[in-house]
Design a protein around this ligand. Structure first.
Ligand code: SAH
Length: 294
């Protein structure tokens, strides 16, 4: 499956995928549904520490503070949104296409006592229905992999105020990988290409500020997810009455290579990038005065 223009998964496919994987992932990995960020091979940070660190790496780039409104597009169960709000003072609206995740995220926000500043809604991030220019920044943390990238980027540009930033992460096949850009991962996700990112952002009318390959930091994720699964396997099976193999089986309709992707077969050769871009500030009247050169 190599078509770069393969249609994005349906909301049911995404929801079923995360419903099947969610409980196991939560137990093995925690509430952040994204890669961990380690300083190097000897960094023994736990999944919680490493995934929170990755959130912090993106928060630094968001450049928001109190009084700002952030859209978290593809918010998972809300852990990054809560961390963004907690460390910056900004208001965050998290959206996901999974009803179950909205409910879990709302519960996390209530438990954290942050429901006044962090809200979650069931919405498609490619067509949010939010008013134009209503957000100061957009965070898309490992979520664009499930979307049609040009459509998502155009929508995020639309809801951003002029000058507002998009900070996102995406995956791409590594050079020695058998995978190609545009390859789908099961039916639920696809990979991008690092080289194509500047064009992708420019085509959406966004100005690139930073494009960074952070694979050296994230590449430990797969083996550590497996360690986590093996560690919690007995507790999971006792609590949920199903085996890890049954979970992988349940994920198969959306993700036929799930058992491989989970590391029980081949090690996935997936790179991770951070992209930062902003919506151009259109020149106001007087930005270019007539008669002063061309
Ligand atoms: N950003 C979160 C979750 C990453 S997992 C975190 O870092 O923890 C990818 C997320 O994207 C899931 O929440 C999934 O439901 C969401 N998603 C996928 N397609 C979507 C779409 N079209 N609109 C909104 N959310 C979507």
């Amino acid at each position: 499956m190599t078509s770069p223009s393969a249609p994005p998964p349906t909301s049911d496919q995404v929801t079923d995928y995360y419903s099947a994987l969610g409980p196991l992932l939560r137990m093995a990995w925690g509430d952040n549904l994204h890669f961990g960020y380690w300083e190097g091979p000897s960094d023994g940070s736990s999944p919680q520490e490493a995934t929170d660190r990755f959130t912090d790496v993106l928060v630094e780039r968001l450049g928001v503070g109190a009084g700002c409104r952030v859209l978290d597009a593809g918010c998972g169960i809300g852990s990054p949104a809560l961390r963004v709000a907690g460390s910056t003072g900004a208001e965050v609206v998290g959206i996901t296409i999974s009803r179950q995740q909205v409910d879990q995220a709302v519960e996390l926000a209530e438990r954290a006592g942050m429901s006044d500043r962090v809200r979650f809604e069931l919405k498609d991030a490619m067509d949010t229905g939010f008013a134009a220019e209503s957000f100061d920044a957009v965070l898309a943390f490992e979520s664009i992999v499930h979307m049609d990238r040009p459509t998502a980027l155009r929508e995020w540009k639309r809801v951003l105020k002029p000058g507002g930033r998009i900070v996102l992460t995406d995956t791409f096949p590594l050079g020695d990988s058998v995978r190609q850009p545009g390859d789908t991962v099961g039916d639920v996700a696809s990979m991008a290409s690092l080289e194509d990112y500047p064009g992708l952002l420019a085509d959406a009318g966004l100005e690139l500020e930073e494009l960074k390959d952070v694979t050296e930091h994230t590449k430990f994720t797969f083996t550590r997810v497996i360690d986590g699964i093996l560690r919690c396997r007995k507790d999971f099976e006792r609590e949920h009455g199903m085996t890890v193999e049954e979970v992988l089986e349940a994920m198969k309709p959306a993700h036929p290579q799930a058992s491989q992707a989970a590391g029980f077969g081949a090690s996935p050769q997936v790179g991770c990038l951070i992209a930062v871009a902003h919506k151009p500030v259109s020149p106001g009247p007087g930005a270019r005065r007539p008669g002063r050169g061309s």
